[in-house]
Structures are given as structure tokens and as C-alpha cells.
Design a protein around this ligand. Structure first.
Ligand code: NAP
Length: 285
């Protein structure tokens, strides 16, 4: 029987720390503001944005929503980003992805001031993360590292396997594990003998986007299994990339979906927004 890694509980602790930090900043006359841009009518994006706004409110962070219609042009979106880059009361800017197909996500990410890039997607911040000297944490991977820390799960010297190499999860996840002295392998759709590789993992992170992709035969006995997936099963129910029922008995620790990695992503976003406010006000991060 594995220990269930309770991301909800860990995120509640982090959110409480953020709330106290925001209150202390407010006492010094510093307010903390996040702008959230959402374009079009993607229902999943709407849910994520609502959750982020709710979390900001609970933490004392002022959130401003900019909901733009589906037919927004690239020029209009970039003009809004520029305006928010200049707006003093806004410390962080988040543009909810994916954007409608006609918009260029990379150009939008590049247009956000790296000082307000609380998702840590801007190339400058990605570079800082690669070097290991960074202010903004990559939200989902940093949330996972926080869970590992909370449960005293040692990374140094461990075989860490990350399935997925996206810029938002897989690659920064691998970097953070490497910074903690894990021996890291990144797998992707062209990886040969995937099962052989994943079966070596002491810490296995699945960020694939395919429901129940990781089966029991891919997991070593006693492995720590982290499920980043936010997928829908055949009945439309939220599930992860890991076949939880089959894998849980083999694992030593495992994150559930929901209630595992997801809540940590938002908690890290709040932390980054506070960091942005501090840096923009000349305070130490
Ligand atoms: P993504 O950009 O679609 O990347 C998926 C990765 O999985 C790619 O690198 C892909 O390889 C790899 N992959 C696909 N099929 C594979 C296969 N058969 N064998 C091995 N690797 C395979 O997805 P993402 O944005 O990283 O997200 C991954 C999952 O995490 C999704 O379910 C997403 O909803 C979820 N997510 C959750 C949170 C959270 O807060 N919990 C945050 C972000 C994402 P190639 O590069 O070769 O195509």
C-alpha cells in the first residue's frame, strides 16, 4: 500500500504562507496584483482561470481578468500585454493556454515582461531555470518538488524518469530533479523500450496527457509515482496518466488525480506573483 501524496493539504500550507506574506506586504503599503488573460471559450481554460482567481482572492492577491473574444487578433492581444507590462498595479501576467489556433502563443509569451512572467515560460526565465539561479519557479514542476520535500522524499542519487518533454512540464521537471542531484532520464513518444526505462525509476513522473498510460508493469516495486495528467476517461471523468488502481499497490508513494499535483500548480503561481511584487518593489525575493 502506497502513501497517498496529498497535494491538496500541501497546497493549503503553501497558500497559507503566501497569504501571510501578502498581508505583510500590504502592511508595508505594497499590494500584489495578477492579470489573467483568457481568449475564447475553452471550458477547461475557464475552469482553470476561475480556480486561479479564487485562489488569488483567498491569498489577498488582487486579480484582474481580461476575457477576450475568440476572434481577438494577435495585434489586439499583444497590445493588451504591452498595456499590462506598463501597469504598476499589476505584478504578474498570466495568459491562459492554449490560445485559439490563429494566435501565436510563443510571440505572446515573449511579449510578457520577464519580470511579470509568473508562469516562468519566457525564454529568459527558462534560461535562469536551466542555470539553476531563478526567481520564478516553473509552476507544476516546482509544485511537485514541494510535495517531495514535504514528504521527505530524497531525490539525490535516485533514478528519476520523466515521461513527457513539454516546455511547461517535462523539461523543467527534469531540470529541477537534476538540480536536486537526481539521475534524470526524459522519455517521449520516440523513446524505444519505454517500459524498460520506466521500470528503472525510483521516482517516476508521468506528464503524457493519455489516460491511464502508466500501467503496473511499467513501475518498479517501491517507486514514487507522480501523476501530472489531467485527462478524461471513457466516461468523461477526470483521471490521470497513471492507472492508479493497478499502480498504487506497487508504489511507495503516489499522487492521486484529482488532489495531487493540480492544486500545487496554483499554489506555485501565487508564490511567483508575490515574488514578482517583491522584486518590482525593490525587496528581496
Ligand atoms: P504535451 O505538451 O502534450 O506533452 C506530452 C508529452 O508526452 C510529449 O513530450 C510527448 O512526446 C509525450 N508522449 C506522448 N505520447 C507518448 C508515448 N506514447 N510515449 C511516451 N511519451 C509520449 O502535454 P503537457 O502540457 O506536458 O501535459 C501533460 C499532461 O499534464 C496533460 O494531461 C495535462 O493536462 C497535464 N497538466 C497538468 C497540470 C497540472 O497542474 N496538474 C499542468 C500542466 C499539464 P513528444 O514530445 O515526442 O510528442
Amino acid at each position: 500500500m502506497a502513501v497517498i501524496l496529498d497535494g491538496k493539504a500541501v497546497s493549503a500550507k503553501v497558500k497559507e504562507e503566501v497569504r501571510a506574506e501578502v498581508a505583510a506586504l500590504n502592511e508595508k503599503g505594497v499590494s500584489v496584483g495578477l492579470a489573467v488573460i483568457i481568449v475564447g471559450n475553452n471550458p477547461a481554460s475557464r475552469t482553470y482561470v476561475n480556480n486561479k482567481k479564487k485562489a488569488c482572492e483567498a491569498a489577498g492577491i488582487v486579480s484582474e481578468e481580461y476575457a477576450l473574444p475568440e476572434e481577438t487578433t494577435q495585434e489586439e492581444l499583444l497590445a493588451l500585454v504591452e498595456e499590462l507590462n506598463r501597469k504598476d498595479s499589476i505584478n504578474g501576467i498570466l495568459c491562459q493556454l492554449p490560445l485559439p489556433k490563429h494566435l501565436d502563443e510563443e510571440a505572446v509569451i515573449a511579449a510578457i515582461s520577464e519580470k511579470k512572467d509568473v508562469d516562468a515560460f519566457h525564454a529568459v526565465n527558462v534560461g535562469h531555470i536551466m542555470i539553476g539561479d531563478y526567481a520564478f519557479l516553473p509552476c507544476t514542476p516546482a509544485g511537485i518538488m514541494e510535495i517531495l520535500r514535504h514528504y521527505n522524499i530524497e531525490v539525490a542519487g535516485k533514478e528519476c524518469v520523466v515521461i513527457g518533454r513539454s516546455n511547461i512540464v517535462g523539461k523543467p521537471m527534469a531540470m529541477l530533479l537534476l538540480h536536486q542531484n537526481g539521475t534524470v532520464t526524459i522519455c517521449h513518444s520516440k523513446t524505444k523500450n519505454l517500459k524498460e526505462v520506466t521500470s528503472r525509476a525510483d521516482i517516476l513522473v508521468a506528464a503524457v496527457g493519455i489516460p491511464h498510460f502508466v500501467t503496473a508493469d511499467m513501475v518498479k516495486d517501491g517507486a514514487v509515482v507522480i501523476d501530472v495528467g489531467m485527462d478524461r476517461d471513457e466516461n468523461g471523468k477526470l483521471c490521470g496518466d497513471v492507472d492508479f488502481a493497478a499502480v498504487e499497490p506497487k508504489a511507495s508513494y503516489i499522487t492521486p488525480v484529482p488532489g495531487g499535483v493540480g492544486p500545487m500548480t496554483i499554489a506555485t503561481l501565487l508564490k511567483n506573483t508575490v515574488t514578482a511584487a517583491k522584486l518590482q518593489n525593490g525587496l528581496d525575493k
